[in-house]
Structure formats: C-alpha cells, structure tokens
Design a protein around this ligand. Structure first.
Ligand code: IPM
Ligand code: MG
Length: 368
C-alpha cells in the first residue's frame, strides 16, 4: 500500500525529532514494503518569519492531500511577545480545528528501565498504563468571546469555556469505546462544583454511559485528579476531559514515566472502524509528541526523538491499520531502552548518552 504523509517539523527540536520518526518509517518501508510519500511545508514560527502566518495556505494544501500528518512542535522565545498578532501556536490550533480532530489520545506507559528518571517512587508506578483523551477542538481553547480590550479601568481580557451537547457526547463516546477495549474503566474529569459547562459534561457522560453498562464510569473533579495522578496513578485506565484540563494533566502524567520526551499523541476526527486496513476517507489525523519545541536544546542534537517515533507508530496503528508494523516500532523502542541506550533526558546519573540522530538510527536498525 501507498500512504501520503505530511511531515511538518515546525520550530525548535520539532524538525529534529520528526526527521528521526521519518527515518524509522523508512525502516518500516524497507522491512514491510509499504510506500510512504512525503509532503512538507512550513508551520509555526518558521512560517510566520517566511509568510507572516503560522499556517500558510500551501502547507494546508499539502495536509489536505495527505492521509495523515506527522507533526513536530511550534513556538519559541522569538515569537513570544504576548502582544503579537500572529503566534506560532495558531498553526497547530488551526490544524486541529480545521481538520475536526476533536479526540486527542495521549497514552502514558511506564518503562521499567526508566523508573529512575521518574520523580515518583517505583512502588507508586507499578501497573501504570493509562490513556488521556483530551477534547481538542472546543472548551476554553476555542470558546467565543476570546479577546482583550481597553476599558476606562484598564485592560481586560476574556476566554470562554463553552461546549455543545454534541461536542461532549462524541469525545466521551471515544472514551467509552477505548475503555471497552482496555480495562473497562473510564474516568471523566470536570469541575462540576464550579462550572456550568462541567455540569453539562457530567450529565452527558452519565447519559452516554447508559449505553456502556460494561464500562465503569467514574466522575472525578479535575483538581482531585491532578493529585490522584501522582498519589496513585495505577487507578486510572482511560481518562476523558476538557481541552485545557487535558493539556495540563497530560504534561503532569508524562513525567510519571520519567520524561516528556517519551509521550506520543494521536489527534483523530473519528475512531477507526473495524476495517481500518483501508485508507481513511475522512480528514487526515495528526500525530505529534506532546512535548514542545524545547528552544533551549534546539540545534544541539540532544533531543529525545522517542515521542515522535512512537507518534509515527500510532499513525501506523490508528490511520493505516498497520498493527504489526506499529508493534515493530514499539518493540524496537523497548529493545533499545532495554539495551541501555539513553538520550540525556532519560539517563541516570553517570549513564552514557546518545544524541538524537544516533537514537533514531539505533531504533530504525531494530525495526524487524
Ligand atoms: C500541546 C501543546 C499545545 C496546546 C500548544 C503548543 C498550543 O501544549 O499540544 O499540549 O496547548 O495544546
Ligand atoms: Mg500541552
């Protein structure tokens, strides 16, 4: 089969880690005989510098013609003026919104080999295997009004947390469907003690839950969940929550495993149907590491490419239905970690480290 992939590196370490994910997909091509056709284009700060916009039309055209998007990261101090009209982050936000990618899957796995880089004690990490489903095209990120203005008493700004019934229903449903394939436990996080939108969220989650009597639905306040995630993370299986809560809690959850550099994500507009071997007819899904552009280490060749590489594995699994090939990448990562290869972020004191491209080479070499 032939698959078209838009590889958008973006800013900072984004292009460095995406290059390694492409390298690993090239190894998959060699081994399994698929054809990956690559497209690319500027996005984020790099696009602002060149075209004055974070998502140029030409880049979006490439995306539209692709079966999936492999995304790096956007942003950096150069574009961080809070008064700027254009921001790098608009690139990724516009992609998510215009492709209708409402369900963001962020799996958190423990690698026993990396237990030392976790801030938590090993006994707390036992059995941790959870997935956060972050609602991605609504909530506080996109509600209107969203603006700032001058008043007679000074400057004022507003963001709006708004959801329709349909927006909540479809993402909660993704939560139930995933839970059904896993340990049948769904935590729905909200702030229903404070927010009207959360009360609607909880009501709808309960209603949808009636269709899934085999899944245990647990409502939890998001602030409590932030605490529970470090206190006893193994209690969670699938978590579903609002855009901003999911953004914050997934950063928190990512360090359970030791480093943000390990966490991939998939942003989907629907769950694949049973016959996912056929290329999707819907809009392309997007795959990206949850980490940012890390400007402090950009260009040094020391970034951890594993989150991007595991995002490529998620692409094979969720967009192309290539489960054997996705497994091959994940096993390669496991193997390389077991053999003791480490980038700086996951190295124990005194442990030898490898750079970004070496890590990519080594993982690509283990794809069998
Ligand atoms: C993420 C990032 C983005 C977000 C930024 C870069 C806009 O933090 O993917 O988690 O806030 O969604
Ligand atoms: Mg984030």
């Amino acid at each position: 089969m032939s698959y078209k992939i838009a590889a958008l590196g973006g800013d900072g370490i984004g292009p460095e880690v995406v290059a390694e994910a492409m390298k690993v997909l090239d190894a998959v091509r060699h081994r399994y005989g698929h054809v990956f056709e690559w497209g690319t284009g500027p996005v984020g700060g790099a696009a602002i510098d060149e075209f004055g916009t974070a998502l140029p039309e030409a880049t979006f055209d490439v995306v539209r013609q692709s079966d999936a998007v492999l995304f790096g990261a956007v942003g950096g101090p150069k574009w961080d003026d809070p008064r700027a009209k254009v921001r790098p982050e608009q690139g990724i936000l516009a992609l998510r919104k215009s492709l209708g990618l409402f369900a963001n899957l962020r799996p958190v796995r423990m690698y026993p080999q990396l237990a030392h880089s976790s801030p938590l004690r090993p006994e707390r990490l036992k059995g941790v295997d959870l997935i956060i489903i972050r609602e991605l095209t609504g909530g506080l990120y996109f509600g209107k009004p969203k603006k700032r203005w001058e008043t007679s008493r000074g400057r004022r700004a507003v963001d709006t947390l708004s959801y329709t019934e349909k927006e909540i229903e479809r993402v909660v449903r993704v939560g139930f469907e995933l839970a059904r394939k896993r340990r049948r436990k769904l935590h729905s996080l909200d702030k229903m003690n404070v927010m009207e939108s959360s009360r609607l969220w909880r009501e709808i989650a309960t209603e949808v839950g009636k269709e899934y009597p085999d899944v245990q639905l647990i409502h939890m306040l998001a602030d409590n969940a932030a605490m529970q995630l470090v206190l006893s993370p193994a209690q969670f299986d699938v978590i579903v929550t609002e855009n901003t809560f999911g953004d914050i809690l997934s950063d928190e959850a990512s360090i359970l495993g030791g480093s943000m550099g390990m966490l991939p994500s998939a942003s989907l507009s629907s769950l694949p149907t049973a016959d996912s071997s056929k290329p999707r007819k819907s809009s392309p899904a997007l795959y990206e590491p949850i980490h940012g552009s890390a400007p402090d280490i950009a260009g040094k060749g020391i970034a951890n490419p594993i989150a991007a590489i595991l995002s490529a594995a998620m692409m094979l699994r969720w967009s192309f239905g290539l489960h054997t090939e996705a497994d091959a990448i994940e096993h390669a990562v496991d193997g390389v970690l077991a053999e003791g290869y480490r980038t700086r972020d996951i190295a124990a004191p005194g442990e030898r480290t490898v750079g970004t491209t070496d890590m990519g080479d080594i993982i690509a070499g283990r794809v069998v």
